[in-house]
Structure formats: structure tokens, C-alpha cells
Design a protein around this ligand. Structure first.
Ligand SMILES: NC(=O)c1ccc[n+]([C@@H]2O[C@H](COP(=O)([O-])OP(=O)(O)OC[C@H]3O[C@@H](n4cnc5c(N)ncnc54)[C@H](OP(=O)(O)O)[C@@H]3O)[C@@H](O)[C@H]2O)c1
Length: 255
């Protein structure tokens, strides 16, 4: 007898849930009704107070520590997850770094450093494909599932007309290639899992805050709006969409 997916017994994971779009996804998933259990990862308790407070109120939510630049930390969190649940139906990679103190997006070649390039790549790109590696056993079931990584339109090589932000752009282009490539392997090994890249649109978070001047108010989305829009895109996906790069309105973006 085929196993039946009970629509309100699904499991979701948000990677990078301490704030911004990731924390917004956790709030949405707790309200969604389809997800019996929600897992959210955080890097350090100091910046995850909102997430940890939410977990204290909602037994449905479990928080797991994870630094995506450390594969052992990813493996440890995934093994904790596996001890609690055999199956995952939705995972959203919301981790990202654009600036942090002295670490700022490069305006010119003069500002390039390999150390900063490595940090962008490790955080924005390598973490996502390591998650695709470690989560594969949890996705290998016969119900539909989605693994979405939040990318960015500035990672589109075809769309790059302004220049600047070398490390961030390159890391998002690398993220796109890594997830596209993983989608082809998943199609063989876990064919009911759809892997996609999503551009959220400019969203009012810590990451965009220093760059919001000049963004027209109607183009600066609240976290709630972005999460609702990206949830609609994810809900409409089929395995035929796997490996694609979607804008927040569900249209395709150029690589
Ligand atoms: N906001 C926008 O306008 C916009 C536009 C396009 C794309 N995006 C993308 O959307 C995603 C979410 O960004 P956001 O705007 O919500 O930014 P945010 O508020 O700064 O959140 C970024 C998240 O990434 C986590 N993180 C950073 N480094 C990490 C690491 N090494 N290990 C684990 N977690 C780490 C942060 O955790 P801590 O709290 O520990 O720092 C935080 O939870 C990012 O991929 C970003 O590139 C955002």
C-alpha cells in the first residue's frame, strides 16, 4: 500500500533562523497548519533571542545550533534532527552574509581580499551544498519535498550591469551552480525533492539595512511579505522545476 502523506504532519527546517527572513519563515511555518514539527538553526544564542523565545512558547519548534562554515557543526545538527524525525518535507537555507563590521561589500578591485572572498563563499554557497549533502537521507521518502536556498538577483551573471559586491555576487553565483548541480543528483537519488534558488526581493532586514536608501518604499518588502511570497512560489513547485532560479513573484531569473 502506498504511504499517504498526512498534510498536517510534515516537518520543516529553516537554516539561519535567528533573524531576518529565516526567523520570518519560522513564524510562518508555525502558523501554516501543515507542519507538525519545525526546526530552526542558529549560530549563537546572543543573536537568536527571538527564535529561542518563540521555541519556549511553541513545543512544535526545536532550535539546533549550527555554524554553516563548520561541516562538523552541520553534521552534528543533522544527526540531532535525524534522532527526532526520519523525514523532512521542506528546508529553507536562509543563511547569508553581505557585511559584518569591517567586512563590507567591495566597491572596487582594490578592496578584494581572498580572506573575505572565502568568507562569502563559505557562508553563502558552501553551507547550502553541505546541507544538501547531509540532508539527503531525510529527503529520501516518497512524499513531495522542497529544498530552497535563498539566493539573490545580484548573483545573476547575465543581469550584472552595475558591478561591485564581488564576493557577494560570486558567492550567490556559486550557490546557484552548486544547488543546480545538486538538483541533478537529487533527481536520481531523491526524485520527489525539488531544489530551487529563490530571490526574495529587497527585504527590510539587517543585511539590507545599510543599502536601503534609494530603494522606493514599494520595492522594500517587509519580512512577512517576502515570506508569504516565497511560500507561494514553493507551494506551486513540482519536481519539473528542480534546479531553477525563481524571482519572488514566481518568474524565472536569468543565470
Ligand atoms: N534582505 C534582502 O534584501 C536580501 C536580498 C536578496 C537576498 N537576500 C538573502 O536572503 C537570505 C537571508 O538574509 P536576511 O536579509 O534575512 O539577512 P539577516 O537578517 O542578516 O540574516 C542572515 C542569517 O544568516 C545567519 N548566518 C550568517 N552567518 C552564518 C553562519 N556562518 N552560520 C550560520 N548562520 C549564519 C545569521 O545568523 P546570526 O544571527 O548568527 O548572524 C542570520 O540568521 C540571505 O541569503 C541573503 O543573502 C536578502
Amino acid at each position: 500500500m502506498p504511504s499517504v502523506s498526512l498534510s498536517n504532519q510534515q516537518t520543516a527546517l529553516v537554516i539561519g533562523a535567528s533573524q531576518g527572513i529565516g526567523l520570518g519563515f519560522v513564524r510562518q511555518l508555525l502558523e501554516d497548519g501543515r507542519f507538525e514539527t519545525v526546526y530552526g538553526t542558529y549560530r549563537r544564542p546572543e543573536s537568536a533571542q527571538g527564535l529561542l523565545a518563540l521555541a519556549a512558547q511553541h513545543p512544535q519548534l526545536t532550535c539546533l545550533p549550527m555554524d554553516v562554515t563548520d561541516e562538523a557543526s552541520i553534521a552534528e545538527a543533522v544527526s540531532q534532527l535525524q534522532a527526532c524525525t526520519p523525514q523532512l518535507h521542506r528546508a529553507v537555507y536562509c543563511v547569508g552574509v553581505l557585511h559584518d563590521g569591517d567586512f563590507q561589500p567591495e566597491k572596487s578591485l582594490r578592496q578584494i581580499s581572498s580572506e573575505n572572498l572565502v568568507r562569502s563563499l563559505q557562508t553563502n554557497a558552501f553551507g547550502a551544498v553541505l546541507l544538501a549533502k547531509h540532508l539527503l537521507p531525510l529527503f529520501k521518502h516518497d512524499q513531495p519535498s522542497v529544498f530552497a536556498a535563498i539566493s539573490a538577483k545580484v548573483g545573476s551573471i547575465g543581469d550584472n550591469r552595475l558591478g561591485g559586491w564581488y564576493g557577494y555576487r560570486a558567492s550567490k553565483a556559486a550557490l546557484n551552480m552548486l544547488i543546480k548541480t545538486a538538483s541533478l543528483e537529487y533527481a536520481r537519488r531523491s526524485p520527489r525533492t525539488t531544489l530551487v534558488l529563490l530571490h526574495p526581493g529587497t527585504t527590510d532586514t539587517r543585511l539590507s539595512e545599510p543599502f536601503q536608501r534609494g530603494v522606493p518604499p514599494e520595492k522594500l518588502f517587509s519580512i512577512e511579505r517576502t515570506v508569504a511570497q516565497l511560500t507561494t512560489v514553493m507551494d506551486d513547485l513540482t519536481p519539473a522545476d528542480s534546479g531553477e532560479f525563481f524571482n519572488w513573484d514566481g518568474t524565472r531569473l536569468p543565470w
